[in-house]
Structures are given as C-alpha cells and as structure tokens.
Design a protein. Structure first.
Length: 102
C-alpha cells in the first residue's frame, strides 16, 4: 500500500493582526476550507514587528488549497489590502494527504 500525495498550494499571508477578522471573512467567502493563524514577528520594510504594542503585532495565516483558489485569494488581497496595510503573501507547492480536506 503506497502513500498517495496530492499537489496543493500553500498560501502564506503575513499581515497586521488588526486585519485578522476581515481576512478570515474574505477567505471563507472565497471558498477556503480552512486556515491556520499564528503570531508572527520579524523585520522588513516596515521595520521591526515585534508585538511590543498591539498596533505593531503581525499574524501569519496559512491556507492549503487548490491553485485556482489561491490565485483568487491573492488577487483579492492585492486589490483590497496591499495599498493601505503591511501585508505580504507567498505561494508554494505542497504535497498533502487527504486531498479532499483542501
């Protein structure tokens, strides 16, 4: 019995924590079956993001989905959030078990 892996996309979004509720609502509306959110900190063009103050907190949202869904989510994020918020997204291939969950 072999392991059957299926190709999906892992979409990662790193953004200001204040966007969590809005982005979660958008993900659901765009058909994401699930997501994982963790606190994030680091350094980039907006300086150090270390969550020392609530206004400087970042989160990392990860979504496993098909390519079509991932591209639709990215297009929406770019249109809705990129001009006014600190947000980055990236997309990589992922091999998953239980493909029906994603």
């Amino acid at each position: 019995m072999g392991t059957r892996l299926s190709l999906r996309k892992l979409l990662t979004i790193v953004c200001e924590a204040e966007l969590e509720a809005s982005i979660v609502r958008d993900l659901k509306a765009l058909g994401a079956k699930g997501y994982t959110i963790t606190d994030a900190r680091g350094y980039g063009t907006h300086g150090t993001r270390d969550a020392a103050w609530p206004s400087s907190a970042n989160i990392r949202i990860e979504v496993l989905c098909g390519e079509e869904s991932a591209l639709a989510i990215i297009a929406h994020l770019e249109e809705r959030y990129y001009a006014d918020y600190g947000i980055v997204s990236f997309l990589v291939d992922a091999q998953v078990l239980r493909q029906d969950k994603f």
